[in-house]
Design a binder for this molecule. Structure first.
Ligand code: NAD
Length: 487
């Protein structure tokens, strides 16, 4: 199984390599097999990527937004045309089942390109009446921007970051996660085919040091990072010290609240999607499932019965519902948390094992795991595990559950299941989180902004918010009469 790209990096419309860069081996998480060998960017590669972006950005920013949007919408169509091929790359790279990547990953990137490419022409400044004089504002590009991706949604991340950047007239240098470097290269090819001038979307590979070099560069105006909170603190600190714009999409430990009047099967479906999709490697997952006490036992029974039917296996098999987690480090971390949960006294309702599947003995598979009778102070209820581990907690009343749900350093997401709509809106109104759902979970269309409160981040992706975050405002005062002067 090979997925070797034509080169490590994509700069100024073509693949480039520099063998002096640190080796970067790409592993298929289901087998441990090396599927591609790349090199991390050297300082010369970083410099070339930023230099070409800087030149290309000037003419791009002068285009009519409608014309920029047209390129993005063409790229969206090309992404959809290459959906199956890119889904396969994504499955090899991430280990996520092909039944997910075929419907979720390139499709979500394409949706963002299509939506932002369409709406950008209507995203304008304001006219301000000043009595005789008037003013107006312009939304201007920032210049060269940097995108740094996480490994769980590689093509989606590349699309969600580059679409608003390019729509607003910026260039972007994108560094994928070192774990999943492949699909961003396919997006770079697609942009060129769609008519994006070379240099506007460059991809450079590498570890944290390359991300650091990109953010530090004096010609870079903004960074948009998806990653963990510790990385976010470092990158935001660096950007702040250099007075650069920054968007941080970080981790979470989000609450999913199920009231006893909820449709049980829908609530169970929501909790399963919010804990087991992508083997639980989703930042917005509802990993603290608060269930009202009358419903608690039936909920645990149903979620357990259904979790046991999830088919683990070869991610390339269309019948597989859950693949491995990304790598040994994450595998060890998740298995460690399952032990912690047991030792803390939570009830292991199902899963907990790390099976060796025939033919995939080196894969990083972990069973869908449900802990019941979890307490708020347990580490499995406080820390982001980023694997297929659900914690079910019982609650009595609305005020109590809102307080407990908000008792977290994170604030990315939240969900509520109830048939009482007044209560649903009231509870969501009280929850300190940026991306919330009522009677569903983890649905992220590009029409809605996405991002976190508190330690979960700063700034937003998607929707008009993302266009704001990839632009700066210029105010212009226009005098129509004489200048009033005391001199
Ligand atoms: P990570 O923080 O290890 O790495 C993220 C990216 O940052 C990688 O590309 C990495 O190379 C780069 N990086 C690391 N150190 C850097 C530095 N000092 N300077 C610049 N770049 C640096 O995160 P990960 O393990 O790839 O992803 C998992 C985390 O991402 C989880 O915490 C998850 O919750 C979070 N996540 C958040 C969202 C969101 O939108 N909020 C989405 C997906 C994942």
């Amino acid at each position: 199984m090979k997925a070797q790209p034509k080169g490590s990096h994509f700069i100024d419309g073509r693949y480039v390599d520099d063998a002096a860069g640190d080796p970067l081996e790409v592993i298929h998480p289901a087998t441990g097999e090396i599927i591609a060998r790349l090199n991390a960017a050297t300082p010369a590669i970083v410099e070339a990527a930023i230099a070409s972006a800087k030149i290309a950005q000037i003419a791009w920013a002068r285009l009519r937004p409608l014309e920029r949007g047209r390129v993005l919408r063409r790229a969206a169509d090309l992404l959809r045309a290459r959906n199956d091929e890119i889904a396969r790359i994504e499955t090899l790279d991430t280990g996520k089942p092909i039944q997910e990547t075929l419907v979720a990953d390139p499709a979500s990137a394409a949706d963002a390109l299509e939506f932002l490419g369409g709406i950008v022409a209507g995203f304008n400044g304001e006219f301000v009446e000043l009595g005789g004089a008037f003013g107006y504002t312009r939304r201007e590009a920032l210049g060269v921007t940097v995108g740094i991706g996480a490994w769980n949604y590689p093509i989606q991340g590349a699309g969600w970051k580059s679409a608003p950047a390019l729509a607003m007239g910026n260039a972007m240098v994108f560094k994928p996660s070192e774990n999943t470097p492949l699909s961003a290269l396919a997006l770079a090819e697609i942009y060129i085919e769609a008519g994006l001038p070379p240099g506007l979307f460059n991809v450079v590979q590498g570890f944290g040091a390359v991300g650091h070099a990109l953010v530090s560069h004096p010609d870079v105006a903004k960074v948009s990072l998806t990653g963990s909170v510790p990385t976010g603190r470092k990158v935001l600190g660096l950007a702040g010290s250099l007075m650069k714009h920054a968007t941080m999409e970080l981790g979470g430990k989000s609450p999913l609240i199920v009231f006893d009047d909820a449709d049980l099967e829908n609530a169970v479906s929501g909790a399963m999607l919010g804990n087991f999709y992508s083997a639980g490697q989703v930042c917005s997952n509802g990993t603290r499932v608060f269930v009202q006490e009358n419903l608690h036992d039936r909920f645990v029974e149903r979620v357990t019965a259904r979790a046991k039917t999830i088919r683990l296996g070869d991610p390339l098999d269309p019948d597989t519902q859950m693949g491995p987690v990304i790598n040994k480090t994450q595998y060890d971390k998740i298995v460690g948390y399952i032990d912690i949960g047991r030792n803390e006294g939570a009830t292991l309702a199902c899963g907990g094992g790390a099976p060796k599947l025939q033919g995939f003995e080196n894969g990083f598979f972990i069973e869908p795991t449900v802990f019941a009778h979890v307490r708020d102070d347990m580490r499995i209820a406080r820390e982001e595990i980023f694997g297929p581990v659900m914690a079910v907690l019982s609650f009595r009343g609305e005020d109590e559950v809102v307080t407990r749900a908000n008792d977290s350093e994170f604030g990315l997401s939240a969900g509520v299941f109830t048939r009482d709509m007044a209560r649903a809106h009231r509870v969501i109104g009280e929850i300190k989180a940026g991306s919330c759902w009522i009677n569903t979970y983890n649905v992220c269309p590009p029409e809605l902004p996405f991002g976190g409160f508190k330690q979960s981040g700063i700034g937003r992706e998607n929707a008009l918010e993302s266009l704001r975050h990839f632009s700066q405002v210029k105010a212009v005062y226009v005098e129509t009469g004489d200048v009033v002067s005391p001199y």
